[in-house]
Structure formats: C-alpha cells, structure tokens
Design a protein around this ligand. Structure first.
Ligand SMILES: [Zn+2]
Ligand SMILES: [Zn+2]
Length: 448
C-alpha cells in the first residue's frame, strides 16, 4: 500500500462542528479501506492569524491506501460539504512522505510564523504532485501536510466528543474529580486544568462537538481524566500534535510585519502597568523601539514583566499586532526568557569611619560631614547594589492558559519517531464510550 496524506482544515459550520470531529467520523467511515501510518495529526498553525478558524488547527490523516487518490479527494469533498454545509473548508492530498518535500516543509514553517495566501498554498500542493479542494481552508490543510516529521517534537491529545443531542448544552465536567485524577498522574500531562479560574481548560465552549481534549506527552495516563466527565461520550479519538512544542518559536528577522509570530531579542528600556493590569515593556529590538504587551491573564508572565527595568535582556515569543497606538510596533507576548538581569545601583552617603553614623551632605560645597562627631572628609557618595527580585529563566502563563503551541515551562522534547507507524484504527478511535483508545505496545515513554 502507498502512503497517502489527507489534510483537512475548516471543516465546520459557522456555529458547530470541528475539523477534528469530522476527521474522526471520516476515519471511521474509511476504516475498512485504509490502514494508519501515523496517529491522526492535530496541527496548530500561527496563533496570530486573526481570520483563522477556532484555534487555527488542521488535521492530517496519514493513510496506507491502495485506491485512486483523486476519487478519495472527491469522496472526502462530498462528505465535507454535507458536514459543514459550506465550501470554504480545505482538503489537500499528497502521496509519499510530505515531510521530505522541501517546498511543503517551507510552507509549514511559514504557516507557523507568518501569513500564507491561498495561492501560495495551492501551488505548493500542485508542485508536490498533490491535489486540493475547497476554499480558504486549503491554506491550513496544505501547510499541515509536512508537519510532524519524524524528527519534530510532538505531544498527544485525547479528545472526547459529545453526543449530537448534547451539542450547545452546558458541558458536564466535575472539576474536583479532574483535579484529583491529575494529582494521581505522572507529570506528563499539561494545560488541562485552569487552577486559577477553577475550570477545565480541556473543555471548549459553546457548540463545539468536543466535550474535552486532554493533552500530554504520554498516552495511557490521559485516560485518567475520563472520571471527571459526567456526561456520556459519543466518540473518543487520539491525536498526535505539534501543540505545546514551541514549533513556532523561530527568530523573527528583518522588518516586523503584522501577524508574524516568533522570537525577538529585546533590551528593556522601561516597564509600566496600564489600565486593566496589562504590562507594556518598551525596548529595543531589531534596531528599533518595540512595545511588548504582557496581558494580565498571563499570570506569572505578567508578574515577571512588571519587574523588568532598563538594561535587562529578554527573548520574547509573541505575535506582532496590526496596530501602533504609541507609534512603535506592538508584540503580544505568550512567553519570555529573561537572559540577563541588569545590576542596579543607587548612590548613598557612606558611614563615618570614626563613629559609624551615616554621614550627611551639608550643602552645595561638596564633601560629607558626620552629624554626630563632626568628622569631615572630601569624599563622595558610594554605589550600593539593589537586590533585584527578578531572576533569569523562562516565564510562561499558568497551566490551563497556555496558547496551543506554547510549550509548558521545563517540558522536554520527545525522542524522534520512526515513520510510518503501523497502527490499527481502534488504537486511535473508539465509538464505545467505555473503551478509551490507547497504544499498549508502543513506545514505553508514552505509557509511563
Ligand atoms: Zn475543534
Ligand atoms: Zn562620626
């Protein structure tokens, strides 16, 4: 059988549906005709693009398939139309190993950090011998094809989908049980609980068919969260993802353009708190002034930004905003590394060498005088170092408030993977609410 990658994006309607949900249903339909060469992939792209669909996520199914690729594309296009009732979704299909196609890797890299046009995306697929269908969604679908190469870092997400009759109804999640479940797990899961807001970060809002998506570097422990779901699950699916791997953390160069996301080295000029508790740090980056915004919701990241002062050196991971209210480029920070904390000093009067009393400056004449014993000396003030409470290191938002691509503090990269993997569809998909998919014989690090 041949390796065929089928990528999907924006397969949802205005109010409901979700590309991951559609992909899961599709995989279930195809299960007698295909084998899996990889987990279903959930690929996040540039978080700064404002016209993205919810979360800017695309799905890739890497299939071992013997049939005709063109008729596969047509069949999937038909299903997508039926599911979403609109035509701006995107589908892209390519044969072979897309991660070895340089033009597709470049497209992926660009879609992680910049804005890609639909023309560029379509051409990259065509020139790689692939096919596409649909509208604006072709951007995300095409860009996702070459994601998650064997050497790329990755995480997992176990998604529970809701029964259609529950869509739009408030989700039933037991916060206390989720917290207890997490406390029993090895420390390989992340961003699933917002401890500050006392909510399940794993649960989206509104009409999304997703009940909850649990994230981690491991697979087996994720099933432990199921105890906190107090409504019946319709479907389970297990995805491999570039989420929380910092895949977008590449240095920005040249002139900063709106919606670009990446790393910028900044020398701090000053830091101030504005209305709402957000912090604006003015600094020098790429030869010009920039304002870095640290939103209040980013917790420890915002607190660290308050302590920055002139001369400190930081590297910011963030997105260039399309406005310049103070005349300089604005970057919204999602993460920061403090590289250097500048030494700060103040000038004070020394103590009297005779009696130890703090000396005084009597007037404009210069020199210092002891107020107690009258000792006089032609001397100046001395420099005293001020303790800075800021320390070097990495600062991120709190658990549950990380953006999709942002890696949690201290997370280690996964070892490389051998592709294709041979997986059975029921290892990644379950239509039985009581059976949570898992891969028992796989990688030991996935099942600690
Ligand atoms: Zn979704
Ligand atoms: Zn004295």
């Amino acid at each position: 059988m041949r390796l065929v990658s089928l990528a999907l994006d924006s397969v949802d309607s205005l109010y409901w549906g979700c590309t991951t949900h559609f992909s899961t249903l599709l995989l279930n339909m195809l299960k007698d005709r295909v084998e899996l060469a990889d987990f279903p992939l959930l690929v996040r792209l540039n978080p700064g693009v404002p016209w993205k669909t919810r979360g800017n996520g695309a799905v890739v199914l890497r299939l071992l398939y013997d049939g005709d690729v063109k008729s596969l594309l047509e069949a999937v296009r038909g299903y997508a139309l039926e599911y979403s009732n609109k035509e701006d979704f995107g589908i892209a299909v390519v044969e072979g190993a897309p991660w070895e196609v340089e033009r597709l890797r470049i497209l992926y890299s660009k879609a992680l950090t910049d804005v890609v046009t639909v023309d560029v995306a379509r051409k990259a697929v065509e020139k790689s011998g692939g096919l596409w269908a649909g509208g604006m969604g072709v951007i995300g679908a095409s860009a996702a094809l070459a994601a998650l190469a064997p050497w790329d870092d990755y995480t997992f997400e176990l998604i529970a989908y809701r029964k259609p009759e529950n869509w739009g109804v408030e989700r039933c999640m037991n916060y206390k049980l989720l917290v207890e479940a997490e406390a029993r797990m090895p420390p390989c899961t992340f961003n699933n609980i917002d401890y500050h807001g006392r909510t399940a970060a794993a649960a989206p809002g509104g009409w999304d068919p997703v009940l909850a998506g649990f994230r981690g570097d491991c697979i087996a422990p994720l099933a432990g969260y199921a105890i906190g779901l107090c409504e019946e699950v319709d479907l389970w699916a297990l995805f491999r993802s570039n989420q929380h791997t910092d895949a977008h953390a590449k240095p920005l160069t040249g002139e900063l353009k709106p919606y670009q996301t990446g790393l910028v080295d900044v020398t701090v000029k000053n830091s101030k708190v504005i209305a709402g508790g957000h912090v604006i740090v003015r600094g020098l980056a790429l030869g010009g002034d920039v304002d870095i915004v640290f939103y209040r919701e980013t917790g420890p990241l915002n607190s660290a930004a308050r302590m920055l002062s002139e001369g400190d050196e930081i590297t910011v991971l963030g997105t260039v905003k399309p406005y310049k209210p103070r005349g300089v480029t604005v970057i919204a920070a999602e993460k920061m590394r403090v590289n250097k904390v500048e030494t700060k000093t103040v000038k004070i009067n020394p103590r009297c060498p005779k009696c130890g009393t703090r000396m005084e400056s009597p007037g404009r004449k210069g020199g210092l005088r002891c107020p107690k014993c009258g000792y006089k000396k032609e001397t100046t003030k001395i420099n005293v170092r001020i303790e800075r409470s800021l320390t070097t290191g990495e600062y991120t938002p709190p658990p549950g408030r990380l953006k999709h691509l942002t890696s949690p503090k201290g997370r280690k990269q996964q070892p490389p993977l051998k592709l294709p993997l041979k997986l059975k569809i029921d290892q990644v998909l379950s239509t039985d609410p009581k059976r949570i998919p898992h891969t028992s014989e796989a990688h030991s690090s996935w099942n600690p």
